[in-house]
Design a protein around this ligand. Structure first.
Ligand code: ZN
Length: 479
C-alpha cells in the first residue's frame, strides 16, 4: 500500500509542504524518484539504500516509486532523505505506524544511517509543526522557543526514528541544546557615553533607534561616523521572542547555525556588493544582506562608493519592509525590516559645501562622494547629519549624557509610546505647522515623526514648536 510522509522544501527562507509518497510494488527491482527533483535528490537513492541497510533493515527488491508532490515545485538538497527512507520502511511493511498523528520528517541521511543537519532546518520544521505532524528532525536542531518539545522528535539515526514510529512514542527527549543567546544582553562593544563632541549626531542616532528611521551621517574622514553607526546598533533593544525566531529562521535558511540570538543583527556589506547580494535573488533564490539584517541594522559604510544600481534596488524593499521576488511562477518574500544607516564623505576631503572649509576635490572624487547620490536615494534618509571636525581636542570635550544601556531603555520606552499612538501623530502637532514651506509630503511626514520622537524623549505628549524646529534641522539638507 502506498504510504505518505510529509516533508518540506526550502523556497527562499520559507518551508513549503511537500508530500513524499512511496509505493513499493511487485515487479522488476527498480527505484524511481518523480516530482521535479534536482540531482541531489536523485542521489538520495544511493544514500538511503545504504542507510536502510546500516540501520538493520532490508532494501526491498521490488519496484519502488517515490513521488514528491506538488510536482511543480522544484525540490533540491538532501532534506527529504529521512522522509523517503521512513516511507520505504512503512510501505514495505518493515515498520508500522502506531501513533495518532501523521508523520513528517526533515533530515539528510549519512551512509551509516546517521541523520544529518540540513540548511534551513528551522524554517523547514515550522510549517510541519504548525500543521500538527509528529515531526522527526536532526538531533542538533534547536526548536523555536515556546514550542513544546514533544511535538518534535530529534533523532540521531534512521534506526532511532524507525523505533519511535514502531512504538508510537516520541524520541527520548534529549536535552534541548542550550539556547545560549549569542552576545549577552548586558555586553556592550561601543559605549554610547564615550562618544565625545558629537551631541547632535548622538541625538540623531538615538532618534533613529527609537523610530527605526534611516540615518545618513556625512563628514570628512576621522570624525567618528562609523563609530556613531556602530553605537546605533548597540543601543537597539534586545529582540523579542518572536523576533528571535524570525532572525534564527533566516540564519538557519542561510546555513549559519541555529542559535536564537538576543541581539539584533548587524550587517556591513562591502561596497562592491551586487543587487542580488544586497536584496537577494540569484538562481538559488538566496536572501541578501537586507534580509540578513532583518530586525537589526544594515550599515552602508561610505555609501558614495556603492554601486548605484544596488542602492536604487534598496528603495522599494526598504519602504515595504520586504523583498518580493518571483521565481518559476512562485512569489518569494524575504522579510527586510531593517534600520538603514549610512556613512558618507561628501566629496573626498569632506569639506564640500561646508562653511568651515574650501573643497579642492577633483570632479572624479566628488562623483564617488555621498553628495553625488541621487535625490530619491537621499530622500530615503529622514535623518541627514553633517559632522564637522570638532575645534576643541576630543579629550577636553564632555562625554555623552547616556550610557548604552540607558539609551536602550529609553528606546524601548519611546517605541512603546509610539506604538500606542500610531496614527495619532498629526493630531498632537502644534497648529499652524503647515506654514513651513518647501517640504514635500514624504519629507513632511518624516519631520512629523522625528518631532514626535523628540517630544517623547523629553517626556512630553504634545509636540512643541521647538521640537518641530529640531526635527527640521535633523532632517538635514537645509544648511
Ligand atoms: Zn572635497
Amino acid at each position: 500500500m502506498p504510504t505518505s510522509v510529509a516533508s518540506t522544501s526550502l523556497l527562499g527562507i520559507e518551508g513549503i509542504l511537500v508530500e513524499v509518497e512511496v509505493d513499493v510494488a511487485p515487479g522488476i527491482p527498480a527505484t524511481r524518484i518523480v516530482g521535479l527533483p534536482d540531482a541531489a535528490v536523485g542521489e538520495a537513492r544511493e544514500r538511503i539504500r545504504s542507510a536502510i541497510r546500516a540501520a538493520g533493515f532490508t532494501w526491498p527488491a521490488r519496484r519502488i516509486t517515490i513521488n514528491l508532490a506538488p510536482a511543480d515545485l522544484r525540490k533540491s538538497g538532501g532534506s527529504f532523505d529521512l522522509a523517503i527512507a521512513l516511507g520505504i520502511l512503512l510501505a514495505s511493511g518493515q515498520i508500522h505506524h502506531r501513533g495518532q498523528r501523521a508523520l513528517a520528517a526533515v533530515g539528510e541521511l549519512a551512509l551509516d544511517g546517521r541523520v544529518r543537519m540540513v540548511p534551513g532546518a528551522l524554517p523547514l520544521l515550522l510549517p510541519l509543526i504548525e500543521a500538527g505532524y509528529h515531526v522527526f528532525a536532526p538531533a542538533p536542531v534547536e526548536v523555536f522557543p515556546g514550542i513544546p518539545s514533544d511535538l518534535v522528535s530529534r533523532v540521531r539515526s534512521l534506526d532511532e526514528a524507525a523505533r519511535c514510529i514502531s512504538t508510537g512514542q516520541s524520541a527520548p527527549s534529549s536535552p534541548q541544546p542550550k539556547g545560549s543567546p549569542s552576545g549577552s544582553d548586558q555586553t556592550v562593544a561601543v559605549e554610547f557615553s564615550h562618544i565625545r563632541g558629537q551631541p547632535l549626531a548622538s541625538r540623531a542616532v538615538l532618534i533613529a533607534a527609537c523610530g527605526r528611521l534611516p540615518i545618513l551621517l556625512e563628514g570628512p574622514p576621522g570624525v567618528g561616523k562609523s563609530m556613531l553607526a556602530r553605537a546605533l546598533h548597540e543601543i537597539l533593544p534586545n529582540l523579542s521572542t518572536e523576533e528571535r525566531g524570525e532572525v534564527a529562521s533566516i540564519a538557519s535558511a542561510g546555513g549559519h547555525g541555529a542559535a536564537f540570538p538576543s541581539r539584533p543583527p548587524l550587517r556591513m556589506p562591502h561596497h562592491d556588493i551586487t543587487v542580488a547580494g544586497l536584496i537577494g535573488g540569484g538562481p538559488r533564490m538566496t536572501p541578501g544582506e537586507l534580509t540578513w539584517a532583518h530586525r537589526g541594522l544594515l550599515l552602508l559604510d561610505e555609501i558614495g562608493e556603492f554601486r548605484r544600481d544596488a542602492l536604487e534596488a534598496l528603495r522599494e524593499p526598504l519602504e515595504r519592509g520586504s523583498v518580493d521576488l518571483v521565481r518559476a511562477g512562485r512569489a518569494v518574500r524575504f522579510p527586510a525590516r531593517v534600520i538603514l544607516a549610512a556613512t558618507g564623505n561628501p566629496c573626498g576631503c569632506g569639506e564640500l559645501e561646508h562653511p568651515s572649509g574650501a573643497c579642492r576635490c577633483l570632479p572624479s572624487a566628488r562623483r564617488r562622494g555621498s553628495f553625488s547620490l541621487s535625490a530619491p536615494i537621499r530622500d530615503r534618509f529622514p535623518l541627514k547629519i553633517r559632522l564637522g571636525r570638532p575645534t576643541t581636542p576630543l579629550s577636553e570635550l564632555p562625554p555623552g549624557e547616556r550610557t548604552t544601556l540607558e539609551a536602550r531603555a529609553q528606546v524601548t520606552a519611546v517605541r512603546a509610546a509610539l506604538a500606542d499612538r500610531s496614527g495619532a501623530v498629526g493630531r498632537t502637532l502644534p497648529s499652524g505647522h503647515d506654514a513651513i514651506e518647501g517640504f514635500g509630503v514624504r519629507a513632511w511626514s518624516q519631520v512629523e515623526r522625528i518631532a514626535t520622537i523628540v517630544a517623547l524623549l523629553a517626556g512630553r505628549e504634545v509636540v512643541s514648536r521647538e521640537d518641530l524646529a529640531e526635527a527640521v534641522y535633523l532632517h538635514g539638507d537645509h544648511w
